[in-house]
Design a binder for this molecule. Structure first.
Ligand SMILES: [Zn+2]
Length: 114
């Protein structure tokens, strides 16, 4: 199960950060998940909730933001959102495009209880 190992790695990264910076209780972990990252937000949340039980992060929740897939045309430099896996430029119809966002996942921020 893909999401379980990702949840595990988020958990370990955040726990390490918490110790390193001596943070108090973390309320939210802000995550940016790309539309094409292949990560299912629901199962990631489910996995994380299972892992955090009886740990220092038991009160921590994921705040997930889905990032749309965006590309740039190498021919006319047009920036656009890729819908329905249509990997060509809507302006000049070139297939030479570069994906700029939406392929991966990152931890954007940690929200600490004040
Ligand atoms: Zn173009």
């Amino acid at each position: 199960m893909h999401e379980l190992s990702i949840a595990q790695s988020i958990f370990e990264t955040v726990l390490l950060e918490k110790k390193k910076k001596n943070l108090s209780d973390i309320q939210f972990i802000g995550l940016k998940i790309g539309a094409m990252s292949g990560i299912l937000a629901d199962s990631l949340e489910f996995s994380f909730d299972a892992i955090k039980i009886d740990t220092e992060l038991s009160e921590t929740a994921l705040a997930i933001e889905l990032i749309p897939l965006k590309g740039r045309c190498k021919v006319c430099q047009h920036n656009f959102q890729v819908d329905d896996y249509a990997f060509f430029c809507p302006q000049c119809e070139s297939g030479q495009i570069e994906i700029e966002q939406g392929m991966d996942m990152e931890i954007a921020y940690l929200e600490v209880e004040s």
